[in-house]
Design a protein around this ligand. Structure first.
Ligand SMILES: Nc1ncnc2c1ncn2[C@@H]1O[C@H](COP(=O)(O)OP(=O)(O)OP(=O)(O)O)[C@@H](O)[C@H]1O
Ligand SMILES: O=P(O)(O)OC[C@H]1O[C@H](OP(=O)(O)OP(=O)(O)O)[C@H](O)[C@@H]1O
Ligand SMILES: [Mg+2]
Length: 282
């Protein structure tokens, strides 16, 4: 049975459970459940603190986990990213009172408050900057107002928390993060159960980002039309009963669907339809 760690709280937990559900796995019904077995899929899910997940996975007791890239790096655990999942996107940034810092060199001799001490200490060391780091559990924006630090380093999603605290980001982003699947470093990547799990999640990602497009066009326009809708491998082209016409079917990125429909129409394609993809295996 595959043993999988899933975030039990915070920004990662809802979207992770939704994705697993879409991939056909049972999920817990109630937020106090700590583990559930999905016997049909031969998977056991453990609901753990997002920060702890890479550590459990690196111990080898759990096969796979869903966590944030920033949390993996911060933990320093012996685990590696094997699939990005496209949700819980954020950047990790330095911030301070406006006009007090411009770049990382301005941190020398200052104190940085953060909940991600591992990331910050490594980044300062890699940049050769000598600054102190104070670890706080959360709400780090307040640390500057209360004089605990001159600078903070924190997750930024919309920037609202920083604005509300009268702070501004400075310097380059320390890192970009999103939800990821992690495994113990060097674990057998070809393990069939792990591969099947990853294929299911990849299927959800594809179903979320692509739509199926169908249209009819004149044979003379086919090459131009196919250039607009190349599909993932190659589009399906079928003859129509009306001579000189073909029907074309191809997957297209959902974000570009409306523009592609306009372009197809402009070259004479008609009966252009898009439909959602519910599940897929590439
Ligand atoms: N607005 C956000 N706030 C915090 N974390 C976010 C946000 N958007 C994305 N994330 C990502 O979610 C993960 C942090 O989740 P975690 O559960 O540890 O913190 P949280 O969502 O702030 O929850 P908590 O209420 O327990 O502090 C990180 O990978 C982080 O990059
Ligand atoms: O850029 P934003 O969209 O404002 O999101 C980022 C903020 O959200 C998180 O805080 P959270 O509310 O989880 O509180 P915490 O600091 O106590 O974890 C994070 O620590 C930032 O403060
Ligand atoms: Mg938080």
């Amino acid at each position: 049975m595959l043993r999988i760690a899933v975030p039990n709280k915070g920004s990662l937990s809802g979207p992770a459970a939704d994705m697993l559900h879409e991939a056909g796995y049972q999920q817990r019904r109630e937020s106090k459940e700590l583990r559930i077995v999905d016997p049909e899929n031969e998977v056991e899910f453990f609901y753990l603190r997002p920060r702890d997940i890479a550590i459990y996975v690196s111990s080898g007791r759990l096969d796979i986990g869903i966590t944030g890239r920033d949390l993996l790096i911060d933990s320093g655990a012996n685990a590696e990213e094997i699939l990005p999942l496209g949700f819980a996107r954020s950047t990790f940034r330095f911030a301070s009172k406006p006009g007090t810092a411009d770049g990382i060199d301005d941190l020398a001799g200052k104190t940085v408050a953060t909940s991600y001490e591992g990331i910050v200490a490594k980044h300062l060391a890699d940049s050769g900057v000598d600054a102190s780091v104070v670890h706080l559990d959360g709400a780090v924006e307040t640390a500057i107002e209360l004089g605990v630090a001159e600078v903070i380093a924190d997750v930024v999603e919309t920037g609202t928390s920083l604005r509300n605290a009268g702070l501004e980001v400075f310097g380059e982003p320390i890192m970009k993060s999103e939800a990821i699947v992690v495994r113990r470093t060097g674990a057998d990547a070809e393990e069939p159960k792990v591969q099947q799990f990853l294929r299911r999640l990849q299927g959800v990602l594809v179903a979320r980002t692509y739509v199926m497009m169908d249209y009819d066009c004149r044979v003379e326009q086919l090459e131009k039309a196919v250039a607009l809708t190349p599909g993932l491998e190659s589009p399906t082209v079928s003859p129509l009963h009306n001579e000189g016409w073909v029907a074309v079917r191809a997957m297209v990125p959902a974000k570009e669907a409306q523009r592609i429909m306009d372009d197809l129409y402009a070259i004479g394609a008609r009966a252009i339809l898009t439909t959602a993809i519910h599940a897929c295996r590439l």
